[in-house]
Design a protein around this ligand. Structure first.
Ligand SMILES: Cc1cc2nc3c(=O)[nH]c(=O)nc-3n(C[C@H](O)[C@H](O)[C@H](O)COP(=O)(O)OP(=O)(O)OC[C@H]3O[C@@H](n4cnc5c(N)ncnc54)[C@H](O)[C@@H]3O)c2cc1C
Length: 472
């Protein structure tokens, strides 16, 4: 098995591409400088070009476009419906419904964009099963379904346990709901495809070019190793690396989910009844999520993982996965038939959690011409399309529904993490409690009150942990 520092997805596409270009050398002037060439940066560049073709857009990316989470994720292209208990109270009824519908439309728009621009990203709109694999997880979706119902939205279909097991091919699932509007895709093919289309549309892309310093002047600047880029507006599309800036040290928690992928087993998947691009995940906080690939592999990711000390993100996510056996054990627990199937690769990557489980957008307090967007809490593949609408409106200084949506913070991002070293130590404690609680619940038990209380301090994952706390 390959222990990939990138991901199986990236290794799959990079073999067909020329090596990364030389870094940018010298100074540059541009209208909008986007730092970070993942889905957020790329969709924002494309959105700006669509709305204002004459605006000059430059992306600087320290690695290659898609080298971060965007080329390493599970390829679940989800809506925001599972986050309704956070989105609706935060945004308010009408605006919340608009955002949820926009994110739902965004998934379809991604598929459409791929078709229009010949991006062969294996896009399959086959839906998502949100399931329970232990008694403790039963009905985890109930409050979400109810709040959506109250707002006239009915994206989830309740299935019988037998039907959940039939569609997923796994008897481990005890119950579940199905959302038809979710797709799966090949994330690295999408990221590299978006970079190609962005370049064709005139976006200047400089890979191997890291931002070394941010100049917070009225006309902001991005200093790289070999020069400075001056812009009217800078967009920070940095995902977990935003944590390296003091502005976000206490508002996002970088974590490192791990993932595995098997060798192709199309006949076995067929015999299990798992035939399409259905996405499946359970309801634990350190969620297990998995799907098949077009060539008959199964890939499973696991939430959680390493928490860096004092904002030192750097290359800490660019290591082989240290949890391969643990993640594979989850796959075998779900599908005992896969016990002897060899893994093709294992990897990990950066993700960012926020206090309310929702992404946040805004302008830096000391420089309004620097805008940011991050904190997808493990659900950024689909929502980054909608995020780009928000970031494009902020970057173009538009006064519209996107720049005024309540997901855009006013002032300094809300701090939910304590300072170091309490933050790191507390993080270890909470993570251990989450793991202990999950283990007890998996074996049918009930965790003690202290474990449950400490585990409840974990920030939101797939769904916001505490709907009541959803606020800026
Ligand atoms: C293992 C894993 C599985 C996941 N599975 C799913 C899933 O199935 N579905 C889903 O919706 N979400 C999933 N996610 C989350 C999803 O991948 C992210 O939310 C999404 O890709 C975020 O896109 P982004 O562009 O904001 O971040 P990224 O793709 O991480 O882009 C940020 C970019 O900034 C660059 N950068 C950082 N610092 C600098 C600097 N100083 N100068 C220049 N460039 C810099 C990085 O190299 C990186 O390319 C997963 C994440 C991981 C790690």
């Amino acid at each position: 098995m390959a222990q990939s520092i990138r991901s199986w997805w990236l290794d799959d596409v990079l073999g067909r591409e020329p090596a990364a270009p030389e870094p940018l050398r010298g100074d540059l002037r541009t209208d909008v400088c986007i730092v970070g060439g993942g889905f957020t940066g790329l969709w924002t560049a494309l959105q700006i070009k669509q709305q204002a073709p004459s605006v000059d857009v430059t992306i600087v990316e320290k690695d290659i476009c898609g080298g971060g989470a965007s080329g390493r994720n599970g390829g679940f292209c989800m809506t925001w419906m599972s986050k309704a208990t956070g989105v609706l109270p935060l945004a308010g009824g009408q605006e919340g419904v608009r955002l949820l519908r926009a994110a739902e439309d965004g998934v379809k728009a991604i598929g459409e964009f791929c078709r229009t621009h010949a991006i062969d990203a294996d896009f399959r709109l086959d839906g998502w099963l949100w399931t329970a694999t232990s008694a403790a997880q039963l009905d985890a979706w109930r409050s979400t379904v109810e709040v959506l119902d109250r707002h006239g939205l009915h994206p989830f279909e309740e299935l019988s346990p037998r039907e959940v097991q039939r569609r997923s091919g796994s008897r481990a699932h005890r119950a579940g709901v199905f959302e038809a509007g979710v797709a799966t895709l090949h994330p690295a093919k999408l990221a590299r495809g978006l970079a190609r289309v962005a370049a064709q549309q005139g976006v200047r892309i400089h890979e191997s070019t890291a931002m070394r310093a941010l100049q917070r002047t009225p006309r902001p600047g991005v200093r790289t190793e070999h020069g400075t880029i001056r812009a009217e507006t800078v967009v920070l599309a940095l995902n977990a690396w935003a944590h390296e800036l003091a502005d976000f040290r206490r508002s996002i928690l970088p974590i490192a989910p791990d993932a595995i992928i098997t060798e192709p087993v199309p006949d076995l998947l067929e015999s299990m009844g798992y035939r399409d691009g259905l996405a499946v995940s359970d309801s634990r906080l350190q969620v297990d999520y998995y799907r098949t690939t077009l060539d008959g592999r199964i890939t499973l990711g696991k939430g959680g993982g390493m928490i860096p000390f004092a904002g030192r993100v750097g290359t800490r996510f660019d290591t082989p996965s240290p949890r391969t056996q643990e993640v594979q054990a989850r796959l075998v627990a779900l599908y005992p038939q896969l016990r002897d199937v060899p893994l093709a690769a294992a990897w990990r990557g950066p993700a960012a959690r926020t206090g309310n489980g929702l992404p946040c957008f805004g302008r830096l307090a000391d420089c309004a011409q620097i805008v940011y967007g991050h904190g997808y809490n493990g659900n950024g593949v689909g929502p980054s399309y909608t995020a780009a609408r928000i970031l494009a409106s902020l970057a173009l200084d538009l006064d519209d529904e996107w720049s005024n949506t309540p997901l855009v913070r006013r002032g300094t991002p809300g701090a939910f993490l304590p300072p170091e070293p309490v933050r790191w130590l507390g993080g270890q404690l909470v993570r251990a409690a989450v793991e202990r609680k999950t283990g007890i619940e998996d074996s049918g038990g009930t965790p003690d009150r202290i474990t449950a209380r400490i585990a409840s301090l974990a920030p939101g994952g797939l769904t916001p942990v505490s709907p009541a706390s959803a606020g800026p």
